[in-house]
Design a protein around this ligand. Structure first.
Ligand code: FUB
Length: 309
């Protein structure tokens, strides 16, 4: 058995002799990290958990009113680019919902497109989460939100994958995982949504993240197979599936954090898994903190497995 790597991912970003420590951000809660490489830096687009208080959100639940963006040239020193979107400034969002959940950001045609879910002002059609887009000239913002959410999409956890041929795809979650082609302008769907139904049927799946390596499309996602979310992956030869379940990248949180939301990115020759636990809030798992570990592909007989160690 030839191992592609035998190293254990004990710490993050082994750049030179410097090692960053998990969690990555200490002065605020951060969750749902979507990591992207833009230029020479890695950018992370997380959710921003805050404490509940009277008039601020809902007790014992996720409370998120805005997004901050973070970047780093080495994974060690992180710059907070400040608040880039607030629930108060998105025309279609219920500004008292504190529901600015997991976002993602991609670069296309000279612009940065930030995708984010939130509760719409109008929920009369039973749509409790819409997904919107905001456009910026810089990965650190500011971003200008579109007036309306994406038509035909209800759900959370947007992820955008742009294939080598330039076709962009939107993935999202609503109990199940969904996918559709995006239009060239990145602001609307170009195909009917499909359910990625070939995955384990039982247990909540959310937080899809798709990437491609050597012609193989990897779909990675949190799944509640037992008590809390673990990170699994499946592979396919088409961005719209079918995807075949392959295994577990990361087991349930040792600290009991019910959610785990992740992204996978290659930066300066190393693959990384970004995810969250609740390191800074051990007694309340909805005030979370982002982390990152190295990620490896190991050869197992004739096939390859995605492993954290
Ligand atoms: O952060 C709120 C929700 O928790 C996300 O949308 C899910 O993926 C889970 O992490």
């Amino acid at each position: 058995m030839k191992k592609l790597s035998a190293l254990v991912a004990a710490a993050v970003f082994c750049c030179g002799y410097v090692r960053a420590q998990n969690p990555l951000i200490h002065d605020q809660y951060t969750a749902d990290p979507s990591a992207r490489v833009f230029g020479d830096s890695i950018y992370v687009y997380p959710s921003h958990d805050i404490h509940w208080a009277p008039g601020v959100g809902r007790p014992n639940w996720f409370n998120m009113e805005d997004y901050h963006v973070f970047s780093s040239p080495d994974g060690v020193a992180w710059t907070d680019h400040g608040m880039v979107i607030s629930q108060k400034t998105v025309p279609w969002v219920d500004s008292s919902s504190y529901s600015m959940w997991a976002p993602d950001c991609v670069f296309r045609n000279g612009k940065y497109y930030l995708y984010f879910p939130s509760r719409p002002k109008d929920t009369s059609a039973g749509k409790h989460f819409g997904i919107g887009v905001a456009i910026g000239d810089h990965p650190g913002g500011p971003f200008v939100p579109q007036a309306e959410p994406i038509r035909g999409v209800a759900g959370i956890d947007p992820n955008v994958f742009i294939d080598k041929n330039g076709q962009a795809y939107l993935y999202w979650a609503e109990g199940n995982l969904y996918a559709a082609r995006l239009r060239e302008d990145m602001l609307g769907l170009a195909s009917e949504p499909v359910v990625l139904s070939q995955l384990p049927a039982k247990g909540l799946k959310e937080g899809p993240w798709v990437f491609e390596r050597k012609g193989v499309y990897y779909l990675t996602y949190p799944h509640v197979a037992a008590k809390t979310e673990r990170l699994e992956y499946a592979v396919g030869d088409n961005p719209l599936g079918p995807f075949q379940f392959k295994g577990v990248i990361m087991d349930e949180s040792p600290t009991g954090c019910w959610t785990n939301h992740h992204s996978v990115v290659s930066f300066k020759g190393q693959w990384y898994l970004f995810y969250h636990h609740n390191d800074l809030s051990p007694d309340f798992d909805k005030n979370r903190s982002i982390r990152a570990d190295s990620l490896f592909l190991r050869r197992m007989g004739v096939s390859e497995r995605l492993c954290r160690r």
